[in-house]
Design a protein around this ligand. Structure first.
Ligand code: HEM
Length: 142
C-alpha cells in the first residue's frame, strides 16, 4: 500500500514539474516540428499567391513575413513551443473582405500543400479542425 502511495506521489510530482506547460504536442510532431511547418508554409504561401480565386488578396502582402507568422501560428496551434506574435485573426483580416468561399479556397490550397508534403490525411484533418473555428473571426462578408 505504502509503495502505491509513493508511486502516486512521484507521478504527481512529475506532473507538477511539467506544470502548466504540459501540452500535447503530438500534432506538432506529426508535422515534422518547426522545420516541417516552415517547409509547408514555404510551399503554401506561393501557392496562395498564385491561386486564381484568392491570390489577389495578397497582392500587397510581404509574403516572407506572412510565411513566418503562419509558421509560428501553426506551431502554436498544433501544440508546439512557439509564440504567435502577429495580430489576432479579426484584426488581421479586417481590411480584407473575406467570404466563406474565400475561406474554403484557402483550406483547399492548404490541403494541396499538405498533400505535396506527404502529410497523412488524418493528420491534415486534425490541423484543419483547429483552424476551422477561426472562420468566425476571418469571414466578414457574405
Ligand atoms: C484558417 C484560415 C486563416 C488563417 C489561419 C490565417 C492566418 C493569417 C495570419 C497569421 C496573418 C498574419 C497576421 C499578422 O502578420 O499580424 C494573416 C494575414 C492575412 N490574411 Fe489570413 N488567415 C486565414 C484565412 C485567410 C483568408 C481566407 C484570406 C483571404 C482569402 C486571408 C487573407 C489574409 C490577408 C490579405 C492578410 C494580410 C496580409 C498583409 O498584411 O498584407 N486569410 N492571416
Amino acid at each position: 500500500m505504502k509503495s502505491v502511495f509513493i508511486g502516486l506521489a512521484y507521478a504527481l510530482a512529475a506532473l507538477g514539474a511539467l506544470g502548466q506547460t504540459a501540452r500535447d504536442d503530438s500534432l506538432y510532431r506529426a508535422f515534422g516540428g518547426k522545420p516541417g511547418l516552415a517547409r509547408l508554409m514555404a510551399d503554401f504561401v506561393p501557392r496562395l499567391r498564385a491561386d486564381a480565386r484568392i491570390g489577389h488578396f495578397f497582392e500587397e502582402t510581404k509574403l516572407s513575413e506572412l510565411q513566418a507568422q503562419l509558421t509560428d501560428q501553426l506551431c502554436a496551434v498544433s501544440g508546439g513551443p512557439c509564440q504567435y506574435e502577429g495580430a489576432n485573426m479579426k484584426d488581421a483580416h479586417a481590411e480584407s473582405k473575406v467570404r466563406k468561399a474565400d475561406f474554403n479556397a484557402l483550406v483547399e490550397v492548404l490541403q494541396q500543400a499538405m498533400d505535396a508534403q506527404g502529410i497523412a490525411f488524418t493528420t491534415q484533418n486534425r490541423m484543419l479542425a483547429r483552424l476551422a473555428p477561426m472562420h468566425r473571426d476571418i469571414v466578414n462578408t457574405r
